[in-house]
Design a protein. Structure first.
Length: 363
């Protein structure tokens, strides 16, 4: 038996979704494919709370870092870096030869609207990128307040990495006015890795027309042209699309709001459990994530050993984001470890995990 995954991605995938991957294949230039692909749109739009297109890429979520930058930024963008993944977003901007200005935060902090305002006020930015939920630190930023700031800068596109939140934490794309919002299949969608989805606002397509060098695979204009006829420019991973069809059905059956509520309950329970053991959280007060809890290992527990012993009992847990822990260790500070409560996991399963962890917590 494989271990049950309590790591912040890939997350646990239920048997019927795994079975959907084994659906006999069809050609991707057939009516059957169009029916499959086109049928995914309403469910995705519901989960993204958008009327915009939700493009599907059979790449992991990192692909949409490149999409947003290579299709919609000619020269200069702003990125808020408050953890390892948002930092990577900024790094990708530079790897694509764009000028990137960073709003740098200490890890564990959320993105603050006043900082975004101050940075954007300098002018000259084509886009602002950020992570809604920093998986490395368990921090969720308050999007409504940032959305208010973005309204002051109507020429700046807003890109949101919602890789570890979308489908687990409510993020209303249209209400907030997000231009590109993207996520990966292997997080709160509780599917195998290999698929990513992004809402694209009409003004991104307009912008893309004036950006040269968009490349081939991630050109949103090509993707859009095919999307409108329920097709893809190239051969997609059809097994993943069947799995998505199955999973969207399951999500609708549960109810989207119920799904958010379940995540909130699992997170609240996990935070309570941490408090019971006197373990502080790494994330800033008021910004704790509902998909992943990041704890400070103030007791100097041997997490590597605990991880190994938990694995022997059938539970995969995370001993903290590697580079963050290395940095904390070098500074002589307590390191972190994370408990993910993301995807299709239930409160009962989280309780089962914490009961198994209890004997190791030392208090
Ligand atoms: C917030 C965030 N952004 C981006 C990524 C990269 O996504 P992927 O691994 O699907 O390419 C991750 C992966 O963990 C993530 O947590």
């Amino acid at each position: 038996m494989a271990n049950k995954l309590f790591i912040p991605g890939p997350t646990e995938v239920r048997q019927e979704v795994l079975e959907a991957l084994a659906t006999p294949q069809i050609g991707h230039r057939t009516e059957a494919f169009k029916k499959l692909f086109g049928g995914l749109k309403p469910g995705l739009q519901a989960i993204f709370f958008t009327k915009n297109d939700v493009l599907i890429s059979t790449s992991s979520g990192s692909g949409f870092w490149e999409v947003s930058i290579r299709c919609c930024v000619n020269k200069r963008m702003l990125v808020a870096t408050n953890g390892a993944f948002s930092k990577k977003y900024a790094d990708v901007g530079e790897a694509c030869a764009r000028e990137v200005e960073r709003i740098k935060y200490d890890y564990g902090k959320a993105v603050k609207p006043e900082d975004v305002d101050k940075a954007l006020a300098k002018g000259g930015f084509e886009a602002f990128g950020m992570a809604h939920n920093e998986t490395s630190t368990g921090v969720t930023s308050h999007m409504e307040e940032i959305a208010e700031v973005m309204k002051k800068y109507p020429d700046v596109l807003w890109f949101v990495d919602a890789v570890s939140s979308l489908g687990g934490i409510k993020l209303e794309v249209d209400k907030l006015g997000i231009d590109i919002c993207f996520t990966s299949s292997q997080k709160a969608f509780a599917m195998p890795p290999g698929l990513s989805m992004a809402s694209i606002s009409p003004r991104c397509y307009e912008k893309a027309k004036e950006v040269p060098g968009k490349g081939y695979y991630f050109n949103i204009l090509d993707l859009k042209k095919e999307y409108d006829t329920d097709q893809t420019p190239y051969t997609p991973s059809i097994p993943h699309l069947y799995a998505l069809q199955k999973q969207l059905g399951r999500i609708m059956e549960e109810g989207i709001e119920n799904r958010f509520q379940r995540h909130a309950e699992m997170a609240e329970y996990t935070r309570g459990w941490a408090a019971k053991h006197g373990m502080p959280l790494f994330s800033e007060e008021g910004c704790h994530s509902n998909t992943v809890t990041c704890l400070l290992n103030t007791r100097n527990l041997d997490m590597k050993k605990i991880k190994k012993e938990m694995s022997a009992q059938g539970y995969s847990i995370d001993s903290g984001y590697g580079k963050l822990n290395e940095k904390l260790e070098a500074e002589g500070k307590p390191t972190t470890f994370r408990i993910a409560h993301m995807g299709d996991l239930t409160l009962a399963e989280i309780k089962e995990l914490t009961a198994a962890l209890d004997p190791y917590m030392g208090g």
